[in-house]
Write a new protein. Structure first.
Length: 593
């Protein structure tokens, strides 16, 4: 290249950089293409063009240009990093992992590449490998609150709750206003028997009370305080999709009395699916709030004139509790998605029932006023139409198979000991455990080691990872005779799914809502005999069931019908109970105005 051409290209590059500074990306992209045409062997030119195309949303062109840059300079780390991030956003996890691993290979001290590779591996359910990347990233930048939070989530998925708690606390030390880390910490406290209920409550009040943004003004209600008028109810959730929450909120959306209630849904769903579309069809107004800042969501809710705003997430992923902390609606209620108090002072009520939250002590451990529904606090609607599965494993008189499809995080040392005791008391029995954490080979190995330490050989265990297809997932109950609930954090969806597939569930009654969901569900079905009072009773009930083959066979064919005709699946009646409760809240509020 001659000096004159070199100087001309330098001036063109300077012009492109100025256009980028001015955010004039389209003319910058056109000019950069001309530079690439003039000097096609310069990898840096193709990288700059790829970055511009990516920013303009032209991902196909960006991928092609990233590859052109890497063909010319295989060790161009920024190009590997940019390509990996782009492919991750597009859902090409194989390509993204390859690219980010290349970035780390060529530059081991590249913090952002390691952190993003950890996020990708976590999305692929490779929790151990993800944790290794997060730890390596933190060695490079110990003050990264986001990476501490990510590390905590990877540790939780591996059942390492103590270490996860410390990671979340470290994230909050670095960034005290880190809402996601605060919620992750509070959620993790529900999984352990290490703390007293009073200690867990204090933590919720401390962190829940810190969510209010002083820059956001309080509510100025412009509606009419008329006790009898049509109420505008808003449901806010990140789980209006193929998620357990959708199996319980559908009845409300479907059966609300539209003459008395107007229903709006505020959906923070990044990847809508068929369930999202079904729920959208059940609402009067559907608001997509994904990516919208809390201030924008608050303004939208206030503009919509919502009278009662219902939170379906609590401290679970994607929650918008700061919206509630800003008092987005006159009355605010939390329900369903979280098994504890939010600790948010502006959250007025929590919907529950008298079995999940017995009057007295439960009220003292909740910052909200407990609003107890008659009957069960949830109504179950299966998300998939799956036929009952015949017993698929052995002959009817073959070895009994116990099963649990609960989260690995819920499998505390006390649970492992109880399950080992059951297997020891029932010769030749087997245990099938299935959850997303067991997709990770290292987690499977650790699980086998924990049972081995309790005297249970690996050949009596079957460990399975996640199944994307709902029908295949539920069909696995054809290999199970008796389901075992977890404690102190019971299952909800897993319990309902097992019962729907004809499988009895043994649960242990705990002290807090998280440990009493099984009590509420089973009592609603008249199955109190399956509720244990302590771990020894839990083992006794499971062992006795294993010896009663005729009852197990009857339940396999009869439980679904029993469930379908019970209050647990009576959508219209459940909706009337909720509507009555919400209307009374509104009447009381109007009388206080």
């Amino acid at each position: 290249m001659g000096r004159q051409q070199h100087d001309s290209l330098a001036r063109q590059k300077a012009a492109v950089l100025e256009l980028i500074r001015l955010q004039r990306l389209e003319p910058a992209c056109i000019a950069c293409q001309s530079i690439c045409d003039a000097a096609p062997e310069d990898a840096a030119n193709w990288f700059m063009l790829a970055t511009l195309e990516d920013q303009l949303g032209r991902t196909e062109a960006a991928v092609a240009h990233y590859h052109k840059a890497l063909e010319r300079q295989p060790a161009l780390v920024p190009a590997w990093f940019g390509l990996g991030n782009l492919l991750y956003r597009r859902g090409d996890l194989d390509g993204a992992e390859l690219a980010l691993r290349k970035a780390v290979e060529f530059q081991p001290d590249f913090f952002e590449a390691r952190a993003n590779l950890g996020k990708l591996l976590q999305a692929r359910l490779q929790f151990t490998a993800a944790g290794e990347q997060f730890e390596a990233a933190l060695a490079l930048r110990p003050d990264s609150a986001d990476t501490c939070n990510d590390l905590g989530m990877s540790l939780n998925a591996r059942g390492l709750t103590d270490a996860a708690e410390q990671a979340f606390r470290k994230a909050l030390e670095i960034a005290p206003a880190f809402h996601a880390a605060a919620s992750n910490l509070l959620l993790s406290l529900n999984y352990t028997a290490r703390y007293t209920p009073a200690r867990i409550f204090r933590e919720h009040v401390r962190l829940g009370g810190s969510l209010r943004d002083p820059a956001v003004s309080g509510l100025s209600f412009a509606g009419i305080a008329d006790p009898a008028r049509r109420l505008r109810i808003g449901y806010l959730s990140a789980d209006f999709r193929d998620h357990s929450v959708a199996a319980f909120c559908g009845a409300l959306l479907k059966f609300h009395d539209r003459d008395a209630f107007g229903i709006s849904c505020y959906a923070d769903v990044g990847r809508p699916d068929e369930v999202t579309r079904r729920l959208q069809g059940m609402s009067d107004s559907w608001r997509d709030i994904h990516g919208l800042p809390d201030t924008g969501v608050i303004e939208m809710i206030r503009d919509d004139g919502i009278d009662v705003l219902v939170d379906l997430g609590g401290h679970t992923a994607g929650n918008r509790l700061p919206v509630f902390a800003a008092r987005a609606a006159p009355l605010q209620v939390t329900w369903l998605g979280y098994p504890n108090t939010t600790g948010v002072p502006e959250m007025d009520f929590r919907l529950t029932d008298a079995l999940a939250d017995p009057p007295g002590r439960a009220d003292d451990l909740c910052s909200e006023s407990l609003l107890r529904l008659p009957g069960c606090f949830v109504c179950y609607t299966p998300l998939a139409d799956v036929p009952l599965a015949a017993r698929l494993q052995q002959a009817a008189d073959g070895p009994v198979t116990f099963g649990s499809f609960n989260s690995y995080l819920k499998m505390t040392p006390e649970v492992f000991r109880a399950w080992a005791g059951i297997l020891q008391a029932v010769p030749d029995s087997r245990l099938l455990i299935k959850n997303f954490s067991l997709t990770d080979p290292a987690v499977r190995a650790a699980c086998l080691q924990r049972f081995d330490a309790l005297g249970i050989a690996a050949d009596r265990l079957e460990l399975r990872g996640v199944q994307a297809n709902k029908g295949d997932h539920l069909g696995t109950y054809g290999h199970v005779d008796i389901a075992l609930d977890t404690f102190p954090y019971n299952g909800t969806t897993t319990t309902c799914e097992a019962l729907w597939m004809g499988i009895p569930v043994v649960t242990l009654a705990g002290d807090l809502h998280a440990g009493r969901v099984g009590v509420s569900l089973l009592s609603t079905l008249g199955l109190e005999r399956l509720i244990a009072r302590d771990p020894a009773d839990y083992v006794r009930i499971a062992v006795a069931l294993a010896a009663d083959r005729p009852r197990l066979e009857r339940w396999r064919t009869e439980l679904r019908g029993q469930m379908r005709h019970s209050p647990l699946c009576d959508g219209p009646a459940f909706c009337r109970n909720v509507e009555t409760a919400l209307r009374q809240l509104w009447v009381d509020w109007c009388h206080r105005k």
